[in-house]
Design a protein around this ligand. Structure first.
Ligand SMILES: [Zn+2]
Ligand SMILES: [Zn+2]
Length: 282
């Protein structure tokens, strides 16, 4: 339960919130319009909407010919105003890492028809179909079952492989996934690739705090020491959480985290980092 009254307007300490969810995620509760309005109220210049792109949002069997229809939310992103009521809005996904090779959800799901039922001339994968319209992806682990027998070398290379995907910009909540990995190795790979390590506000939630906070703190400290850029995201699943970064800001203050390593500190910095990927839709 939240400790604040939602009538208390959030004032974001960062110009961007690039990890947020809408109703589409099914266990989230706000529309994109409500998220944009909340971002504006919180003083956010740039909002990244990053709904779950994973098994979580569909109950259709994967081999069903109409499977693509469960993902059509993503494919019409271009009708959103890029600047919506003064807020710059990016189209993202939060994609599940699904195996130790660092593959992202849908990479191996073949589609033979699109949402109208018309057959594709060439079969596509779900990932190709959905990712055409996105500006960036956050790669996260939600179901870690496949990592339970894995060595540290395997989980480390899994995260690096996921970061190597051209549209993956951010490694999502690595401090909360309960998957041990070689922190320095992954951080240095992210730096080399121009990718970002997420410090996720939701990981400080009381539900996970006992196991997540020490890991998040260690990751943030090593990012500061190794000069690795981070991304901050509330991971809001309801509009009134957008822009509330109390725990992240407190952690950064405590460890004197360098402001220049916060890619989300303002819109221009984030867009500069994003454009290095060359994935932003024009
Ligand atoms: Zn979620
Ligand atoms: Zn999320």
């Amino acid at each position: 339960m939240h400790a604040y009254d939602s009538a208390q307007v959030a004032t974001s300490p960062f110009g961007c919130d690039v990890h947020t969810h809408t109703l589409y995620s099914r266990h989230a509760y706000s529309t994109i319009a409500e998220c944009v309005a909340a971002a504006k109220l919180a003083g956010i210049e740039l909002l990244g909407s990053t709904d779950h792109y994973s098994v979580m949002t569909s109950t259709t069997p994967i081999d069903c010919p109409t499977y693509a229809r469960d993902f059509q939310y993503f494919i019409n992103f271009n009708i959103w105003p890029r600047i919506w009521d003064g807020v710059y809005v990016l189209h993202g996904v939060e994609a599940d890492i699904v195996d130790l090779d660092g593959h992202l959800f849908g990479w191996d799901i073949t589609l033979r028809e699109g949402i109208t039922g018309a057959a594709f001339r060439n079969a596509s994968t779900l990932k190709k179909y959905v990712w055409r319209t996105i500006d960036y992806a956050i790669a996260s682990i939600h179901n870690s079952d496949f990592t339970h027998e894995a060595s540290l070398a395997e989980t480390t290379s899994m995260y690096i492989r996921a970061l190597e995907d051209p549209k993956v910009l951010i490694l999502g909540h690595p401090g909360r996934a309960s998957v041990p990995f070689d922190v320095d190795e992954v951080l240095l790979a992210a730096k080399e690739l121009g990718k970002l390590i997420e410090i996720n506000e939701h990981s400080f939630n009381a539900k996970y705090a006992h196991r997540s906070v020490p890991t998040c703190r260690h990751i943030a400290e090593r990012c500061a020491e190794l000069g690795v850029m981070v991304s901050t995201g509330t991971d809001a699943h309801i509009a009134c959480d957008i822009g509330r970064f109390d725990a992240t800001r407190t952690l950064f203050d405590e460890i004197h985290f360098p402001e220049e390593l916060i890619a989300t500190r303002n819109k221009d910095t984030f867009l500069t980092v994003l454009d290095e990927l060359g994935a932003r839709q024009r």
